[in-house]
Design a protein around this ligand. Structure first.
Ligand SMILES: Nc1ncnc2c1ncn2[C@@H]1O[C@H](COP(=O)(O)OP(=O)(O)OP(=O)(O)O)[C@@H](O)[C@H]1O
Length: 535
């Protein structure tokens, strides 16, 4: 039965004779749909012309190509597969556009291959060929480009080439790139570019960006880097300090970028009065994201992520290590994200020469350390131990030697920690003994050598610790002492070494694999005193 559509034409006098041609076309379509219900959606479909069929098939090929680009087995970051629907007739212009698009895709693939960039996700934006493209493609303000020049950065690093366009195109980003490869700039710079529109009239919308860092030291360092990159702008960049936490009415805090540890920010969220409002945050960065999602920080991180409730928020997760559980978390919080992986998944930075030394016993470690100082002390140097107690013990052993040594761990006050770091940065101390509190994220430019005095507790911790050297393309050295306790886990380190291009003796690779849970064995105390003289 024909549906009565006459109400659509009420009040219109229709000259059927004059528009007979058009009228007959409508009639034909009606007839065709007499077979089925008129309100079927197919009523609105029209037959593809031959030209359109060609375009559609080109689009299908494009669609397949985009999918092939994804890293296999990774389906988290699926989203809008927004291949444009071509409805108009194909013109010469469109054909040229398609050719240009294909050329662009090929250029992107070549560039990614050259820099070891792997991407997954839909319609991933083209990587940057140079920093100049920030201006030509994205209209970056000149003061920001000048800041890059002042910082001496000539070329983007691989992670910057890909992550910056992803964030600038308003996509969420899940990124893994080697230690010391410039991830901080990769997430700070696009933020500064996106926030630019408010520069003339600072926003009164409260906090617009949050960067979470796992330690106060890293938060302080990131704040400093942000300020360097934003120099010349009016951005209000704030570090969440103890004082700010205690004395601030957060309902009135003018702030564009807030950098904090999850613990301090959680305290502000839970405050009874004058508490912080994060519901308007536009950008949330979880730096060292795998650490932030570890059990010790998970609850605090989670409450910050929840408090940043703006539905159009752009979140990004950055780290040099990317275990499966972080991807699982990403699945639950991110939407239409792009995943960017630079280099091998389980590798350390390739510019670090890695060595394993069998020290036999605790005594043997101390001897080996003294020997390496005597042969070639190559400061500045970092020495990692597994506990606060052992850090103090080793400091006690070395402080009377003729080398300038410092120690840092979480039992020191904030002021003491800051002063130790300042001394190390200024070259007043040459050797810094540290627990894992300094194992991640810290950028001491000149560190030439890292010694793992105590074997690290997991592969990720190994990668981050040794990554304190060999930063920004410099050459570094990493020496790891091991004793009988550590032998079952040697194979895991050997795997990292192989993945980062280091030569590893074949006997090491023949060792059985052992699933690595937190390895923190009881070790004899560090002491040169004969046992009967120890207190
Ligand atoms: N494009 C660039 N060219 C040269 N140096 C750069 C560039 N971008 C960043 N750097 C420098 O590289 C060093 C390492 O950067 P950053 O601390 O961001 O590394 P990262 O990838 O976050 O390392 P980690 O994983 O250890 O935290 C810094 O000293 C930074 O100033």
């Amino acid at each position: 039965m024909e549906k009565d559509t006459s109400f659509l034409l009420t009040g219109i006098k229709f000259n059927k004779k004059r528009f007979a041609g058009d009228f007959s076309r409508f009639k034909k379509r009606k007839q065709r749909n007499d077979d089925g219900p008129v309100d079927d959606l197919s009523y609105f479909k029209r037959e593809d012309t031959e030209a359109e069929k060609v375009v559609v098939s080109v689009n299908k090929k494009r669609k397949r190509k985009t999918k092939a680009e994804r890293v296999e087995g990774f389906s988290v970051f699926k989203g809008s597969d927004s291949v444009p629907v071509v409805t108009d007739e194909r013109s010469e212009q469109e054909e040229n556009n398609q050719k240009e698009l294909n050329r662009q895709n090929e250029r992107d693939l070549r560039l990614r291959k050259k820099y070891g960039i792997h991407v997954s996700g839909n319609n991933v934006p083209s990587p940057l060929q140079s920093f100049a493209e920030l201006s030509t493609r994205y209209g970056c303000e000149s003061y920001l480009l000048h800041n890059l020049v002042k910082l001496g950065f000539k070329e983007p690093t691989p992670i910057q080439r890909q992550a910056i366009p992803v964030l600038l195109s308003g996509r969420e980003c899940f990124a893994k790139a080697p230690t010391g490869s410039g991830k901080t700039l990769a997430f700070v710079y696009p933020m500064l570019m996106k926030l630019k529109f408010y520069m003339q009239q600072p926003s009164k919308d409260g906090i617009r960006t949050v960067i979470l860092c796992h330690t106060r030291e890293l938060a302080a360092q990131t704040t400093r880097e942000c300020k360097k990159m934003a120099k010349g702008s009016k951005f209000r960049i704030k570090l969440m300090t103890k004082e700010l936490l205690r004395n601030t009415d957060f309902t009135k805090l003018p702030c564009d970028i807030l950098i904090s540890t999850p613990r301090r920010l959680q305290l502000c969220i839970c405050k009874k009065k004058k508490k912080i409002d994060l519901s308007r945050v536009e950008y949330l960065v979880l730096d060292e994201s795998d650490k932030l999602f570890e059990r010790s920080l998970l609850e605090q991180t989670d409450s910050v992520v929840k408090a940043c409730s703006n539905p159009s928020i752009i979140r990004s997760l950055f780290s040099a290590t990317l275990p499966g559980f972080v991807e699982d978390v990403a699945r639950t919080v991110m939407h239409d994200a792009v995943r960017v992986i630079v280099g091998d998944k389980n590798a350390a930075s390739e510019s670090i020469k890695q060595k394993l030394i069998f020290a036999g016993s605790e005594e043997g470690k101390l001897l080996a350390l003294h020997q390496s100082f005597a042969e070639s002390l190559n400061p500045p140097m970092l020495i990692f131990v597994q506990s606060i107690e052992r850090a103090e013990e080793l400091y006690g052993e070395l402080k009377f030697d003729s080398i300038r040594v410092g120690v840092i761990h979480s039992n020191l006050s904030q002021e003491q920690r800051e002063s130790v770091i300042d001394d190390f940065r200024a070259g007043k101390t040459w050797v810094l003994i540290a627990t894992d509190v300094l194992g991640r994220g810290m950028d001491f430019k000149g560190v030439k050598c890292v010694i793992n005095y105590d074997f690290p507790d997991c592969a990720a911790s190994y990668i981050h610790r040794i990554g304190r050297s060999g930063r920004a393309g410099r050459i570094g050295e990493a020496i790891t002492f091991y004793t009988e306790h550590d032998i079952p886990y040697l194979r895991n380190i050997a795997n990292v070494m192989t993945a980062s291009g280091c030569e590893v003796p074949s006997w090491l690779l023949d060792m059985p694999k052992k699933k690595w849970k937190k390895h923190c064995p009881r070790r004899e105390s560090i002491s040169t005193k004969p046992k009967d003289q120890e207190e």
